[in-house]
Design a protein around this ligand. Structure first.
Ligand SMILES: Cc1cc2nc3c(=O)[nH]c(=O)nc-3n(C[C@H](O)[C@H](O)[C@H](O)COP(=O)(O)O)c2cc1C
Length: 161
C-alpha cells in the first residue's frame, strides 16, 4: 500500500489543525518542521516592515534554516507539505525543506491556511523550487484549506498512488 507523509509548519496552530486532519484521513504519518531559530511574536508582525518575516519574505530567493530533524522520506510514495501563507507565498523555510528532501519519484502536494490569499503564487513558487532542484517529482495542485470541510474535495483531486 502507498505510504504518505504529512510535513507541516505552523506558527499559530491553524495549519497544524488541518495537517492533523489530513494525516488522519490519508492514514499518513505526520511530522512538524521546525525553523532553526523559532519565530517570536515580534518576528511574525507583518505590520512592521522591519520584522524578521517581513525582511525574509521580501528577500528574493532567500532561505531560512531549519532544525536538522526532517524524517527519512525514502519509504514514502506521497509527500504532503502544509504551511501558512506569508506575504502571499510559503515561509522561506519551505524552500529549504524542498532543497533538503530527495523528492525524486515522489508525488508532492502542498496546502496552506491563509487570511484569504489564494494558492496561485505559492504554487508557482513551489514548482520553481522543485525545478531548480531538478527533481523528477509530480507536483499536484496546492490549495488553501482554511475550513476542514474543504479537505475531502482536495484529497479527491490528488493524483496520489
Ligand atoms: C508574517 C505573516 C504574513 C502573512 N501574510 C499573509 C498573506 O499574505 N495573505 C494572507 O491571506 N494571510 C497572511 N497571513 C495570515 C496567515 O496566513 C494565516 O493566519 C494562517 O492561517 C496562519 O497559519 P498558522 O497558524 O499555521 O501559522 C500572514 C501571517 C503572518 C504571521
Amino acid at each position: 500500500m502507498a505510504k504518505t507523509l504529512v510535513l507541516y509548519y505552523s506558527a499559530t496552530n491553524t495549519t497544524k489543525n488541518i495537517a492533523e486532519q489530513i494525516a488522519q484521513q490519508l492514514n499518513a504519518d505526520i511530522a512538524e518542521i521546525h525553523p532553526a531559530q523559532p519565530y517570536t511574536d515580534a518576528d511574525l508582525n507583518w505590520h512592521d516592515d522591519q520584522s524578521r518575516t517581513s525582511i525574509e519574505q521580501h528577500e528574493h530567493n532567500s532561505r531560512v534554516d531549519i532544525k536538522d530533524d526532517l524524517p527519512d522520506i525514502s519509504g514514502y510514495d506521497n509527500i504532503v507539505i502544509g504551511h501558512p501563507i506569508w506575504w502571499a507565498i510559503p515561509p522561506r523555510m519551505i524552500s529549504t525543506v524542498i532543497d533538503r528532501l530527495d523528492l525524486n519519484g515522489k508525488n508532492l502536494a502542498l496546502f496552506a491556511t491563509s487570511g484569504g490569499t489564494s494558492y496561485d503564487r505559492s504554487q508557482n513558487y513551489v514548482e520553481r523550487t522543485v525545478n531548480e532542484n531538478d527533481y523528477d517529482t509530480k507536483v499536484n495542485q496546492g490549495a488553501i484549506l482554511n475550513d476542514p470541510r474543504q479537505i475531502d474535495g482536495w484529497i479527491d483531486s490528488l493524483n496520489f498512488k
